[in-house]
Ligand binder design. Sequence first.
Ligand code: CO
Length: 494
Amino acid sequence: MTSLTSKENQQQYYSREQWLRGYQSQPNEYDYWVDDIEGEIPRQLQGTLFRNGPGLLEVQGTPLKHPFDGDGMVCAISFLGDGRVHFRNRFVRSEGYMKEQEAQKMLYRGVFGTQKPGGWFSNVFDLKIKNISNTNVIYWGDKLLSLWEAAQPYQLDPKTLETIKLDDLNGAIGPKGSISAHPWIDPYCQLDNGEPCLVNFSIKPGLSSKITVYEFNPEGKLLRSHSHVIPGFSFIHDFAITPNYCIFLQNSVKFNPLPYILGLKGAGNCVEFQPDQPSKLVIIPRIPPYDQIKIIKTKTGFVFHHSNAFEVGEKIYLDSICYKSLPEIKPDESYLEVNFKQVDPSQLWRFTIDLDKDTIESEKLSDRPCEFPTIHPAKVGRNYRYLYLAASHHPINNSPVQAIYKFDQKTRQEQVYSFAPFGYVGEPIFVPKPNGNEEDDGWLLLMVYYGNIHRSDVVILDAKDLSQSPLAKVHLKHHIPYGLHGSWTSQTFH
Ligand code: CO
């Protein structure tokens, strides 16, 4: 990455200065009924949107090298079903957050390259990692859990968002255990008489990697878990499920821990993309005895997120957002200096895995740069038609995500609603309409940051037709920095 050309600054559909303002910290914690709503909240929309992301982009004055290092701040937006909307945000009171607030200085190094002030000497051999709990938040088993993939979740009070404690998932993971920030809910689990279950995984990386799969019932009780050791270092952020399988994409990376131990780089920066090596798909059965694992090589590329997977006969289809190479921030650069033209776009691909022949075919489904896929929750692991993503306003050029993009697998048609030139979108969440018949009978809920006024909205789009204006824009009194993942529950806590 190099500094920007003036040409990029001249693009009309976004302003770099305004986009950057969305990375300003939000140190305040709010709790209020929203009185500024444009449009009409659908009366059937009742429940709570929870969402997590970095709330502080510096620690006591020291800027972070990467937003992924920012302390987790959870937002709860409650829709009461009578037009009323309540907003609340709270920082996760993680041990590290509390200690740094008290000491009024940065005490930890970030996984993604943020170094403590004091240079090399201050960072050398400092392997303390802060559980920043900033990646996702889910309500499951009557618990609200804030997730970060390298440590235990924090349990929060769903009404007040106060931090209760670190949570070992009813004993499923040990005190030093971790669980990924990307659980899936299988809507009809065949081992549980069609009841839903939550499927998640943990990774212990090393020269070989141990993947453990966990399945929990709706009360949060562990139903099944099984571990598997696969060759090679793994950087796996997300996975996909079908009724019979968990599917992991083992990106072609290697890990060189030396610069991290020497205090020169964050651990995330020591992950080196291997463009000449293939990626591998790791397919682990969900049905006992779990031992028929397959590892199949495929073309290279880098994946953070999968949108879905499903089985048809002896084939598994896996839809993923692929980068040509790992988006890397070098130790002497800041994410704020990214030149979008020099970063490979992330695009929607489909992998077709033939379990009889052990082959994989891959096909790019769309050119539009996109991320943060979401689907109808009843279609998880099943053949599906629609997916929704955050995407670039421009159909090909890489740029900040400003649009919501609906892709129809059947017709290959696209629909786009863009918030350009002032709006920057976060992950959309699909909420099905009660009594909806079709797969796209639902709403898309998302946060939009407006760089011109430095405020955020919670926006409701009709998923059926993205050519229409939003049904409602809930105007917050302040901004919320760009976030990561969130979830919906039909419960409200007021
Ligand atoms: Co993610």
